[in-house]
Design a protein around this ligand. Structure first.
Ligand SMILES: Cc1ncc(COP(=O)(O)O)c(C=O)c1O
Length: 364
């Protein structure tokens, strides 16, 4: 691992995400955001309809929501085998990522790059200095390192955009070896994996008091417009994190949707079946589709592609003219114009990207 300096580009480019507001072509396909292509589940849509009312009870939007999200926190706690007091529900995991360095002020934060840029932004906003640590190998596989006095370490597991998944024992050992450093582990994409529970650090929380795990419901259940996420940590840390949130930050519909989502075992099983079949198949297809495109190995539902002979903005621009959006990944710290990220979608949708890629690479 090496510490790299990050010349800060203008914040509007550094913090650019995949999905942008604005009109889309009617038949456009968006591979730029890592969302579950099977969602949102019908059960969640139904719960949202119900919460709009129509029966004798006033609609949920006409009342203040439970500011403590008690029912949802209890359900989440039961899923994870922890106490409800250890769960903090937020308006998307982003709200919690930003609350975290305010709740646990850090003088210095270390970010395992290349990764989700909000860790950087949250740290800077809370007044921390940020150090960027980049793996030495060209597939961006990180190894544990001495955070050298950083009070906070951020990492994604699996990581966005590389799809790197830490071996659980190794990661736990690393967290345990630096008890004075708080580790923020973002498991937003872990529930997509059929064996995700076997990789989660949540069951190890009791042995690791310097750990906060952040998870998202918006990715797995395709609810980015609704916003829902949560953090799991020790009860005392959870209380401090909760104190940073404005009251009622999680609206009533999001709470209802979350409860319905947790109940929908069929949707989870369908997602895992899709993941098992489609993710490895798409990797092989991407590898075979053009010599100018190299997908990096990933354990997540998205791939970082290394390009040759075409730049990320050229490729993204050409694909966009054909109604296909991919994520130009050149603004991730540690990456450059050789990288784009694509999400895995349904097989027939993936086929469309595979059909367009060779010509868009300028190499039909
Ligand atoms: C790694 C990672 N964590 C968290 C988030 C935020 O998700 P949300 O705030 O919708 O829960 C994202 C969104 O792109 C992400 O990529």
């Amino acid at each position: 691992m090496q510490k790299i300096s990050c010349p800060r580009p203008p914040s509007d480019t550094l913090y650019r995400h995949g999905d942008r507001p604005g009109p889309r072509p009617a038949d456009g396909l968006d591979f730029s955001v890592n969302l579950n292509p099977l969602g949102p589940p019908e059960t969640v849509i139904e719960a949202l309809r119900r919460s709009l009312g129509g029966g004798p009870a006033p609609p949920a939007v006409a009342r203040y929501p439970d500011p403590a999200c008690r029912r949802l926190a209890e359900q989440l706690a039961a899923r994870h085998g922890v106490a409800a007091s250890q769960v903090v529900v937020g308006n998307g995991s982003s709200e919690l990522l930003h609350a975290l360095p305010r709740a646990f002020p850090a003088r210095r934060a270390a970010v395992v790059e290349p990764t989700y840029t909000e860790y950087l932004r949250a740290s800077l906003r809370a007044g921390a200095e940020v150090e960027h640590w980049l793996p030495d190998d060209d597939a961006f596989r990180p190894v544990p390192f001495d955070p050298a006095g950083a009070d906070l370490v951020w990492l994604g597991n699996p990581n966005n955009p590389t799809g790197w998944l830490w071996p659980r024992g190794r990661l736990a050992e690393w967290v345990g070896a630096f008890p004075r450093t708080l580790f923020a582990v973002d498991e937003a994409f872990l529930p997509f994996l059929p064996d995700g529970h076997a990789h989660s650090l949540v069951p190890l929380l009791n042995d690791l008091p310097n750990l906060v795990v952040v998870r998202s419901l918006t990715k797995l259940h395709t609810l980015p417009g609704l916003r829902l996420g949560y953090a799991v940590t020790g009860a005392d840390r959870a209380r401090r994190l909760r104190e940073q949130l404005p009251p009622w930050s999680v609206n009533a519909m999001a709470q209802a949707a979350g409860l319905a989502a947790l109940d929908d075992g069929d949707f989870l099983r369908a997602t895992h079946a899709w993941f098992r079949e489609t993710v490895p198949a798409f990797f092989d297809q991407l590898r075979a589709c053009s010599p100018r495109v190299r997908p990096l190995p990933s354990r997540a539902s998205f791939f970082l592609l290394r390009l040759q002979g075409v730049t990320a903005d050229e490729l993204a621009g050409r694909l966009s003219q054909r109604g296909v959006a991919v994520r130009d990944a050149s603004n991730f710290v540690g990456l450059d114009r050789r990288y784009v990220r694509v999400a895995v979608r349904r097989p027939e949708e993936n086929r469309r990207l595979l059909d367009e890629l060779p010509a868009a690479c300028g190499f039909a």
